[in-house]
Design a protein around this ligand. Sequence first.
Ligand code: RNT
Ligand code: ZN
Length: 432
Amino acid sequence: MPRPNTKKISTAFRLARERYAALGVDVGAALRALAKIPVSLHCWQGDDVGGFETGGGALGGGLVATGNYPGKARTPDELRMDFEKALSLIPGKHRVNLHAMYGEFGGERVDRDEIGVAHFKNWIAWARKNDLGLDFNPTCFAHPKAADGCTLSHRDKGIRQFWIEHCRRSREIGVAMGKALGTPCITNVWVPDGFKDTPADRATPRARLAESLDSVFEKPLSPKHNLDAVEGKLFGIGAESCTVGSHEFYLGYAITRRKLLCLDAGHFHPTESIADKISSVLLYLPEILLHVSRGVRWDSDHVVTFTDELQAIAREVIATTIGWGESPLEPRRRIHLGLDYFDASINRIAAWVIGARNLLRALLLALLEPPAIRAAELAGDTTARLALQEESKSLPFGAVWDYYCETKGVPVGEAWLAEVRKYEGEVLLNRK
Ligand code: RNT
Ligand code: ZN
């Protein structure tokens, strides 16, 4: 396929910019704002949530990665190399989100309650070299002590203690990452705890979870280095009847303990959207984390596509920040964005690139929203609001996106796919 040429891209961009300017939209400001929004790229798309532990257990925890596309990263070096390829195809400056099971243990069996900063020193050095922020997650699944589906809320005190220690160490690793890189690490705690069938007692496990979390977070850490987040969900495979860390549980927990609340797009009833929750929770919480994902019929963690749902989420990320009287130039201050999905049936680097480019594209669309839509609402003219919302859907934002990619030095349009194919032939297919 012929590559779009630079001249055509700038001509299309100029025309688009004029069209937007006539609607009171400052395209230049939108692009500057977009360039300041980092997306945290999740390491677990790179190897189907495998990790690098010696003698690690089966995935479990209700997480399922399906497919067997060739070429998945088998070592930290391979994963970093794949990340570099993906990042070279995504416009802007971003972050990398690591799980504890991706430490470098040098062939030793290091249990989860023994992990430390040393196991992540190569990741930190690599992030510094590539000017990337890091985020972190304790791994409370894929382990014999999580085999019955419970961790921090487990009825057995010893098991709870084990996971508390793991989470505490994870926060220390977060601090080290934040210090080394000069940008706070978000350490996000998600536990799979739940019950396949109707529990006789829902209250006690929830009380135990709150108590365990309190002891995880006992040590105060500087928000300059580490920000704690907690992530709830509705249900999981094998935990259909009750999830201990439900949305209500964590909403209350985050508000009372001043933690970031992580809202995952796949963790609610399918007719509920996290887009609508952002403006509510930000009334009571200074900062939140979003796990941008795509559930198909269930929390299936499909690659993020350019759906109405994604557009609604991105729109609220931008609009809520504006509604709060803050500059849309700094949405990162209150809303942190991460991707969370894992598809093993397609090229894994393409999966990262598709999801990240889509999220950025959706943020750009939101930043280009004509102000007349809000003005119509303010004037009580809901007819005009609807008319303008619909007309804005065919404004030439694709030309602005192409120009953004071009100026950020990444391939325009589908040209990135050829680079992934080349890498697949030269690198991935040699991983036998
Ligand atoms: C699971 C949660 C959680 C995980 C990652 C791997 O349902 O979404 O965020 O996907 O920690
Ligand atoms: Zn998630």
